[in-house]
Design a protein around this ligand. Structure first.
Ligand SMILES: [Ca+2]
Length: 91
């Protein structure tokens, strides 16, 4: 999970258009993977905080619509990632 910084993949001193395109594609997928992993970690952290009892139940009830939307957004990011990678591997 590391972006490529040096676009000269075969180390011949010349950066071709194909190498640039390959590095761009790789870095794009890496960033999407990071966003997805971060979304999953945030989902787990939010769920853990809600279960832990640190926040009073009244506040959780008041924030219910916001929390539902947040969890749905995280799940949407994760679902879109898997859908997109599956679709891209078929291409
Ligand atoms: Ca090269």
């Amino acid at each position: 999970m590391t972006p490529i910084k040096d676009a000269d993949l075969d180390h011949d001193g010349i950066v071709t258009a194909e190498e640039l395109e390959a590095v761009d594609q790789h870095n794009k997928i890496e960033i999407q993977t990071r966003i997805t992993v971060t979304s999953f970690i945030c989902m787990v952290i939010v769920a853990a905080i809600l279960i832990s009892g640190v926040i009073p139940e009244q506040r959780i009830t008041a924030l219910n619509p916001l929390l539902s939307t947040l969890m749905l957004a995280f799940a949407g990011i994760i679902g879109a990632y898997f859908g997109m990678t599956g679709w891209m591997s078929k291409k």
